[in-house]
Write a protein that binds this ligand. Sequence first.
Ligand SMILES: [Zn+2]
Ligand SMILES: [Zn+2]
Length: 338
Amino acid sequence: MPELRQNFFTKEWVIIATERSKRPEELATHRPPQTVPSFVENCPFCPGNEGKTPPEVMRFPPNTAEPWAVRVIPNKFAALSSDLQPTRSLQHLRRRVEGFGVHEVIIDSPDHSSCMALLPDAHVARILSVFKERYNSLGMDHRINHVTIFKNHGADAGASLQHPHSQLIATPVIPSQVRHRLLEALRHYDDAGECMFCHMVEIEDQTRIVVKSEFFVAMEVFASATPFATHIFPLRHTATFGEITAAEIADLARVLRTLLAKIYVGLENPDLNFTVRSGPSDYVAARHFHWYVSVIPRLTRVAGFELGSGMFINTVLPEAAAEFLRNVKAEKATGAGA
Ligand SMILES: [Zn+2]
Ligand SMILES: [Zn+2]
């Protein structure tokens, strides 16, 4: 039977349309396997082409005598400019801020053909450490109120270059979707005297869990708007990504990489986005909010009903998606543990 479910956090309703339900494997891309070269001469992110990008912001390892493994550069086609000031103006109802902000690219690996699902866990941990360093560094700038770290994998997810990379955009405003989440979390904290995420992680039954580790749990979203939307929550209550410890980074790298590899193998390398959803950096020690990672494979398209109502129709039962991903054997297809 079809069912409507409400997201406990965003309060959005979704329709889980089991009448049209698809078995999870029916959503696999069935793409013919591609052969991608590990070096492309005119790719600005490939080693040897560093001169084609703006000067780097940071790199790992920091010693420039060694070849880089992860590199951060300003986005050449940045959405916002760090040369401006976030000067605000209001004319009648029209509010504006000058286009101040920071837009950076994190080049995940020197290898053009790699992707995060196939990288060794230790390398994913390095990328996450770079995320943390940039997150905390940008958080010190009082002109910045929100930092979004994200990955677009594949053209349908918005990636314009094939070379594996992530991005971050720091804005002088808190986006209203983020503000809504922060306020809902605060409302729940004030009503119930607890963090809603800690409660959810505690009560979550096994049916939606994909991977659980020492410090993290990856689970399908109960009222998932799209098939296979997965959230990874830290088990320790922390409001901002910047508070993650080195041990937690190593563990998150394993969980994230395992999840991405299961999606890569089980759904045949679909386009996907992931994003780190953190409280603003001055939320350190806040009791009502809890950061997490959201992974969204791009398997379906948004149509008129979604645009008109803001309500999504999901054709895959989240519990079936979790069972499918739990059963995908991804270890041998990847560089796990290497
Ligand atoms: Zn490249
Ligand atoms: Zn919590």
